[in-house]
Design a protein around this ligand. Structure first.
Ligand code: CA
Length: 236
């Protein structure tokens, strides 16, 4: 098994479904582990967080919905992409109406090709999650409503400009912004300001992040601008 293969946790109770999923995910190059009830699925994800979770809706002990909610609450698992497997399209519609934080839904009987395409796309997606006005990237959490930012439960003390800069960067992790794009988006004017103003505030933002323990989060793209690292290790 290659260390480079993304790891997928399958939480599904029907043996036939498990075998189909396991076979096809392994064929697609993923490393697979399986749990057959909701409770054990959550436990396994917390103990050894996978890169993606395929989560059945109807599960013994703990439903997929409840499992999803718990995974979204825990710091170790809240950024893991979750694809919910549902039995009928009505269930899928029902789940859509609930804010449980799944990234995607696939209705059984699903096409394996489609499922693999969705797995690939979920694994590529930068890890931003926005639920109830909160953004979470690489261990940093920002609450847009209350203007509070935290890293690992520690408050990040930010001025209003630094806060807006952080929000712009967090909404598009890994995207490279030029200084003038940041001026437009964080200052909200086609600014008369010198682009060096951006450097000053990025400097303040970095120091504030570092004081809360989040280092090397804002990357400099020499001669161009800045980007936010979305990989959580970069924030450690
Ligand atoms: Ca089931």
């Amino acid at each position: 098994m290659s260390l480079l293969s993304p790891r997928i946790l399958i939480v599904e109770d029907e043996p036939a479904q498990v075998e189909i999923l396991r076979f096809n995910m392994e064929q697609a190059g993923y490393e697979v582990s399986v749990e057959t009830d909701g409770e054990k699925g959550v436990q396994a994800a917390l103990e050894d967080p996978p890169d993606l979770i395929l989560l059945d809706w109807m599960l013994p002990n703990l439903s997929g919905i409840e499992a999803c909610r718990r995974l979204r609450k825990a710091r170790k698992t809240r950024e893991i992409p979750i694809i919910l497997l549902t039995a009928r399209s009505e269930e899928r519609d029902k789940i859509r109406g609930l804010d449980i934080g799944a990234d995607d839904y696939v209705t059984k009987p699903y096409s394996i090709k489609e499922l693999i395409a969705r797995v690939r796309s979920a694994l590529r997606r930068p890890t931003t999650r926005s639920t109830d006005g909160k953004l979470v990237v690489g261990g940093i959490e920002v609450d847009i409503e209350t203007h509070k930012a935290r890293f690992d439960e520690k408050t990040i003390h930010l001025g209003p400009t630094e806060f807006r800069l952080l929000v712009v960067l967090m909404q598009n992790p890994e995207r490279v912004f030029s200084r003038s794009q940041l001026l437009d988006q964080a200052w909200g004017i086609t600014a008369e300001l010198d682009t060096r103003t951006v450097d000053v505030h990025i400097g303040r933002l970095r120091r504030a992040l570092a004081r809360a323990g989040a280092r090397n989060v804002v990357r400099t793209i020499r001669g161009f601008g800045y980007a936010l690292e979305s990989v959580s290790e970069a924030a450690r």
